[in-house]
Design a binder for this molecule. Structure first.
Ligand code: NAP
Length: 307
């Protein structure tokens, strides 16, 4: 199906969604739309005050929304493990995990508490570990799905497999492109593992095109040129609500393709209704995807189901 919007979304009553980075931007819009459709949503984030504000924002529009906030800093393996431990103790099946949290183009090379380059350590490693840890809860639900947030920025991206920490070479945009390419490759590789191991999990990826969020107000706008560029991008962005459509389509549409990638279908996939998106040639490098998967397993200590 193509030309999808939230008007096409069926009732999500009885389905449980976990959304990372849901305290603002696309994550909040995703949670809002799912709650409107009757889904139960666990919004996660690293800032409890923003979490409370996000819940209040949704309840102001939908007072009966079935929503809660869970603390989960995806840039910390310990925090991801603690969050996963809590959900596993509750034992509640998860229908859809949406790995949305992200940072873009941090001006200087920074490291996470685990010593990973900040963009890779936020956008990729925590989500890889979280997905592996929540796999038993996903497998306990009917039609379980995992949706990774990629980007048009994956198209020029390259995986620096021998320098993931950017110790040898750091450029804000190159590292952002790498992180989003890695998320798309992770989605494709997860589908291959799910198929081979008969895990029964549908793995998908989505990108919002260009959507007006705080992402462009943070990042590498440290000089005049970058600020003008961010301003110009802001002029052509679609709303955050529309930017969430591809994610919502991947998470809820009944006829998605396992291993599918969804994005806007308008000009250059920058905006418009949601549908299948273009996967760049680098993301089709299955050998690199396997290397990345194995490297991430070592970096995070993630353990995947044996069958
Ligand atoms: N906007 C676009 O046009 C665009 C285009 C392509 C891809 N994307 C992707 O879409 C996703 C959402 O971005 P957005 O545009 O909605 O940006 P945003 O408005 O900046 O929202 C990002 C969200 O991620 C959270 N976050 C950041 N670091 C985190 C961490 N360590 N742990 C937990 N949560 C964290 C933020 O929380 P805090 O407020 O606490 O920082 C915020 O809730 C990202 O993966 C981004 O790469 C966006």
């Amino acid at each position: 199906m193509t030309g999808w919007t939230t008007a096409d979304m069926a009732s999500q009553t009885g389905r449980f969604f976990v959304v990372t980075g849901a305290t603002g931007g696309l994550g909040l819009e995703t949670a809002l739309a799912l709650a409107k459709a009757g889904g139960e949503v666990l919004l996660t984030g690293r800032n409890p005050a923003k979490g409370e504000a996000a819940l209040s924002h949704i309840r102001a529009v939908y007072p009966d929304a079935r929503i809660a906030f869970g603390l989960c800093d995806v840039a910390s393996l310990a925090a991801v493990n603690a969050f996963a431990d809590r959900l596993i103790a509750e034992g509640r099946p998860i229908h859809v995990l949406i790995n949305n949290a992200g940072v873009m183009a941090t001006p200087k090379r920074e490291l996470t508490v685990d010593g990973f380059e900040l963009q890779f350590g936020t956008n990729v490693t925590g989500h890889y570990l979280l997905t592996a840890r929540l796999m038993p809860l996903l497998r306990a639900a009917p039609d379980p799905r995992v949706v990774q947030l990629a980007s048009l920025a994956h198209l020029p991206g390259k995986i620096f497999i021998d320098d993931l920490d950017a110790a040898k070479n750091y450029h804000p945009w190159t590292r952002y492109q790498q992180s989003k390419l890695a998320m798309l490759m992770f989605a494709l590789e997860l589908q291959r593992h799910s198929d081979a191991g008969r895990w029964g999990v549908t793995s998908l990826a989505a990108h919002p095109g260009l959507a007006a969020t705080d992402l462009f107000r943070r990042g590498a706008a440290t000089n005049l040129f970058e600020r003008i560029k961010a301003f110009a991008i802001g002029l052509v962005c679609q709303s955050a609500a529309a930017g969430a459509w591809p994610t919502l389509m991947a998470a809820t549409a009944p006829d998605v393709m396992p291993g599918g990638y969804y994005g806007p279908t308008g000009f250059m996939e920058a905006w418009g209704k949601a549908g299948p998106a273009r996967i760049g040639p680098s993301a089709r490098d299955d050998a690199m995807a396997e290397r990345l998967w194995n490297t991430l397993a070592k970096m995070t200590g993630a353990i995947w189901p044996s069958g």
